[in-house]
Write a protein that binds this ligand. Structure first.
Ligand SMILES: Cc1cc2nc3c(=O)[nH]c(=O)nc-3n(C[C@H](O)[C@H](O)[C@H](O)COP(=O)(O)OP(=O)(O)OC[C@H]3O[C@@H](n4cnc5c(N)ncnc54)[C@H](O)[C@@H]3O)c2cc1C
Length: 469
């Protein structure tokens, strides 16, 4: 089969899910274009140091490096064979169906300036755009020195830079463990790991957890490293406030009661120049939303083959629900095989990916058990003072959001946005949406936008006219 005759798949995202999907499809004769915003493959989990930094042992900052080597070598092999084209540093702003032909167009902006438009045409699209961190506001969270937990890790893995000398790692979720141990191993003094959940709540879920002994061993490894680096672990604690004038100088912590509220008299202050704070992840669903894919809560809904309910569109990895790199790999593999069979005109035989399907089921059960435990404190929104900025793009305070939802009668985040401008700025609500939803008592519903990111007018003007009719 020549290149022109092969069915075409565009994969958006070169993290574990996208890489696994691209390799599985290419190995079965599909012509793949892998489009990714980062300048190197790997996604969040296998984030690479910038090449200019000349890192001699990038694997020192990673675990499961062998898996990445296998993916990276597979990508190289398929690239050399002309089966995969990797478009790095391409930011996809929209995927749409071409009127008439039924093909899918993936529109991207190339390069750091993001001013040059590129369109990839394909018969099918695999959305593997991953997730992003949930950020919750508290007094002082906008001070320099307060970063997201993943942001601190990205500085380390991608920039080989330390965010500071003394850090507190706080919030909730398993991500705090690699962040705290990674910072400590790199020489940062980690003064405390502050986890709002109660790890004892994992015990009733022991069966689902025990089904993944590898993950339990990983957890035990983190516990041993925290001990070795002398990191104080404070479960059922939360950050009340970050202090400083020009930058972070200290944080106040407090312990949490069973009702999710802070215990009176438990507040204590810890000096630090870095607060790495994260409250779990949310899936990236912008592109799926534009295409009209049905969401299930905040996740893209998929069937057993990882197909969305929009013909020709598959999704895998954290965009379908947050569940870690191993789940992303299994889902990507299944999606790639399904795409190859479907584009080849045959119904796939799920027995061929039975091992990946079993891994997917185990990982989903494991992360469902974790999810039930690692959630922000029940009453966190009540503790946000009125003068705390919630939407930092538009500088909207918690008080303004409460006024919109109370006396002004806004009954959903969209109405709050129209009244206050919360969510109207550069990030388009990606950062403040969870906080606005919690402050107004509304469920968090991802917004559907025509564009996933800002697009220069010149790029829009240069798009070809759709055929008449
Ligand atoms: C900040 C952060 C840190 C993490 N750290 C850890 C950790 O230490 N340990 C751990 O076990 N798990 C960690 N995770 C979770 C882990 O990274 C994920 O489980 C795993 O990477 C999911 O794989 P994925 O392929 O679904 O998504 P990702 O690895 O997130 O890959 C998604 C890819 O899609 C690309 N992309 C997204 N949108 C677009 C677009 N519009 N246009 C073009 N490209 C796009 C991104 O550039 C990225 O390369 C972290 C997650 C995050 C968000």
């Amino acid at each position: 089969m020549t290149t022109a005759e092969r069915p075409r798949l565009a994969v958006v995202g070169a993290g574990p899910a996208g890489l696994a999907g691209a390799l599985a499809a290419a190995a079965r004769g599909v012509q793949v274009t892998l489009v990714d915003a980062a300048d190197q493959p790997g996604g969040q989990f296998y984030r690479q140091p910038a090449p200019g930094l000349g890192a001699r042992r990038p694997q020192a900052l990673h675990h499961q490096w062998r898996t990445f080597e296998r993916l990276r070598d597979g990508l190289e092999r398929h690239r050399a064979a002309g089966l995969i084209t990797h478009l790095a540093d391409h930011h996809v702003w929209c995927v749409e169906r071409e009127p008439g032909s039924g093909a899918l167009s993936v529109h991207a902006l190339r390069g750091p300036a993001q001013e040059q438009g590129v369109t990839v045409r394909a018969d099918a699209v695999l959305l593997a755009t991953g997730g992003y961190e949930r950020v919750l506001p508290f007094p002082g969270w906008t001070l320099p020195g307060v970063v997201t937990a993943g942001g601190a890790q990205a500085m380390l893995k991608g920039g080989l830079a330390l965010p500071g000398r003394t850090a507190v790692v706080a919030g909730t979720g398993p991500l705090l463990l690699p962040v705290a141990t990674g910072l400590a191993a790199a020489g940062v003094r980690v003064a405390a790991l502050v986890e709002s959940a109660d790890p004892a709540a994992l015990l009733p879920r022991a069966r689902a957890l025990a089904a993944r002994p590898g993950k339990l061993a990983e957890g035990a490894g983190y516990a041993a490293r925290l001990l070795r680096y002398g990191v104080r672990v404070l479960p059922r604690h939360t950050v009340l406030e970050a202090h400083g004038t020009d930058r972070l100088e200290a944080v106040t912590l407090a312990s949490l009661g069973r009702n999710g509220r802070t215990r009176p008299g438990s507040a204590r202050r810890i000096a630090c120049d870095t607060l790495a704070v994260g409250h779990g992840m949310l899936p990236h669903t912008d592109l799926a939303g534009t295409l009209g894919c049905t969401l299930s809560g905040t996740d893209v809904r998929v069937d057993d083959e990882q197909r969305t309910d929009v013909p020709g569109v598959w999704a895998a990895g954290e965009t379908t629900g947050v569940g870690g790199a191993a789940l992303a790999l299994a889902e990507g593999h299944i999606a790639g095989r399904s795409v190859a069979a479907r584009l080849g005109g045959t119904a796939p035989d799920p027995r061929r990916w039975a091992a990946a399907a079993r891994a997917r089921a185990r990982q989903r059960a494991f992360f469902a058990a974790l999810d039930a435990v690692y959630a922000p404190p029940a009453a966190w929104a009540d503790a946000v003072p009125d003068d705390t900025v919630v939407c930092r793009c538009e500088e909207v305070t918690a008080g303004a959001v409460r006024t919109a939802a109370g006396p002004l009668g806004a009954s959903d985040p969209r109405a709050v946005k129209l009244l206050t401008r919360a969510g109207m700025g550069w990030c388009q609500g990606r950062v403040c949406a969870p906080a606005v939803a919690a402050l107004t008592g509304c469920p968090l519903v991802p917004e559907r936008r025509p564009f996933a990111r800002p697009v220069p007018l010149g790029v829009l003007a240069a798009l070809p006219e759709p055929p008449p009719g």
